[in-house]
Design a binder for this molecule. Sequence first.
Ligand code: 5RP
Length: 230
Amino acid sequence: MAPNPKQIAGERAADYVNDDMIVGLGTGSTAYFAIVRLADRIRREGLRVRCIPTSERSATLARELGIPLTSFAETLSVDVTIDGADEVDPAFNLVKGGGGALLREKFVATASRAELIIVDEGKLKQRLGAFPLPVEVVPFGWQLTQRRLQDIGCEASFRSSDRGPFVTDNGNYILDCSFKVIDDPPALEREIVATCGVVECGLFTGLATRIIIGKSDGDVEERTEPGPLD
Ligand code: 5RP
């Protein structure tokens, strides 16, 4: 069977977890493999950890797999978080939120000493922006927030699901903002989060500490310093 790059990256990241760590559990199809591997290590090695999930989906998976959970009511810092991304640039800027979990993902990332980002090679981009940037907005007056975001220079599409509006775990909506190319990710992140009606945006700048890249030939590459892509 051909190697699965997401699985390779996810499993490698789970090996960075040690006893007594508080671990942030990411969301998405790549984070899934890290969570499964972590559960496996807990079962086989007796690894002692407590985890904070970044979504209800990951919380449910973790509970099903018997992973001990905790929350910010019990701890204010996280040792390591393992999460996926939709795009990664050479400076370790990220686009996240394809799965709609960006607010809790950023919340946990900002509390984490180490943020391990697990991706396949296709997520590496010279410049961010081809993937529409998810922005979480309050439902009240979302149409005005949409207009304000479009005034920044994007096409902002309201995210829907089969059952109507896509509603985040926090009861908010998502606007997927197509900028095509993002020239200055930190400046755009600041501008978007300063927009009234916006709760958080899927640009993550200055947060990733290690990028773990699963490859289709079964190899895995790790980057700890920003630098040019091959
Ligand atoms: C969810 C996310 C995910 O990490 C991102 O969308 C990548 O997902 P996948 O690993 O399924 O490609 O940000 O909000």
